[in-house]
Design a protein around this ligand. Structure first.
Ligand SMILES: NC(=O)c1ccc[n+]([C@@H]2O[C@H](COP(=O)([O-])OP(=O)(O)OC[C@H]3O[C@@H](n4cnc5c(N)ncnc54)[C@H](O)[C@@H]3O)[C@@H](O)[C@H]2O)c1
Length: 305
């Protein structure tokens, strides 16, 4: 008996990297899994159905149940068809793991309109489209049953949303948007019995197997493999399970042997004025505060680490 026996799960971008091990984890826990993947290259170009089919074969090889779906998560009709594939194929939907995405890095002043739009689209709109149809399905099901349903939304953000690396303005903005989108869904769906949480993983995948981070992510000769995707997948399995029913509206950094909660964005020091602010009153109050601080270093972003 697995913790997800009888449950139906979708993993988007489930053919490679993190999505693949998350799909395997959910299937090992007993879920029937729809492995969605468009089969694109690392920069989002091309299409290939073989990778999603290979993960379905892996799941079936250990006695699990899975089907492949080759739609684009950021396409309205494909996303609707993906949710329907779970309901029509396996009779229901309980878990939606949004994971699909790709990178097109460049600093702000070099970024093309296309690279900005495509990365925002696949990550942020990709989460929106699938969550839109999954939540509509759960709301209808809850209304029909007169009670609540079993629903788990697991979104994939990134520590880029916290560190805001200058070389990823499209990606970090999309990943920050995913946090807000999911936190809103957590509030909206609570009364229907649906939880919504976000992971910020770190793992060795093709996203970092070349370029400046490749050396850090390299598999060690021996000892613990800090950046194995398998370090991330158990948290997804746990959040998907009945055991995590009390967990919603949370953001988790997960890699190596650590799970770290991310604090909610919050306001800090407050400045008040007796009357409407003027240039001079702002200068008088904000000036002394900021002259003790270093620009950027003492700013909004967190240092990586
Ligand atoms: N690898 C890391 O360290 C890391 C860190 C933070 C966040 N993430 C996030 O984790 C997720 C998985 O990334 P990964 O590192 O496993 O990369 P990956 O390239 O190995 O896997 C991403 C998968 O998404 C699929 N995909 C891309 N566009 C799609 C679309 N429109 N529709 C359906 N499928 C699509 C790709 O074909 C690919 O199989 C991404 O959202 C990524 O931003 C990864």
């Amino acid at each position: 008996m697995g913790d997800l026996d009888g449950k139906v799960a979708i993993v988007t971008g489930g053919a490679r990297g993190l999505g693949r091990v998350e799909a395997l984890e959910l299937a090992r826990q007993g879920a029937r899994v729809v492995v969605n993947d468009l089969g694109v290259t690392g920069d989002g170009s091309g299409r290939d159905e073989s990778a999603a089919n290979a993960v379905v074969d892996e799941i079936r090889a250990f006695g699990g149940e899975a089907v492949a779906h080759f739609g684009d998560v950021a396409d309205w009709n494909d996303a609707q068809a993906l949710i329907r594939a779970a309901i029509d194929g396996f009779g229901d939907l309980h878990v939606l793991v949004n994971n699909a995405g790709f990178l097109r890095d460049a600093v702000l002043f070099n970024m093309t309109e296309r690279d900005f739009d495509d990365v925002i689209r696949v990550h942020l709109k990709g989460h929106f489209c699938t969550m839109r149809f999954a939540t509509a399905y759960w709301r209808e099901a809850a209304k029909k049953s007169g009670g609540s349903v079993y629903g788990r939304l697991i979104s994939t953000s990134s520590e880029s949303a916290l560190f805001c690396p200058p070389g990823q303005p499209n990606y970090s903005a999309a990943k920050a948007g995913i946090v807000s989108l999911t936190m809103g869904a957590a509030q909206l769906m609570q009364k229907y019995g649906v939880t919504a949480n976000v992971i910020m993983p770190r793992a060795r995948t093709r996203m970092n197997d070349s370029g400046p981070l490749a050396a850090m992510f390299k598999k060690p000769e021996d000892g613990f493999d800090t950046f194995a995707p398998e370090n991330v997948a158990p948290l997804v399995g746990y959040l998907a399970s009945p055991a995590a029913k009390q967990i919603s509206g949370q953001v988790f950094v997960v890699w190596a042997r650590q799970v770290k909660l991310v604090s909610q964005l919050s306001t800090g020091k407050t400045f008040d004025s007796d009357a409407r602010w003027t240039f001079d009153s702002l200068k008088a109050q904000l000036g002394p505060h900021f002259e003790k601080l270093q620009p950027v270093t003492d700013g909004y972003t967190m240092p990586p680490g």
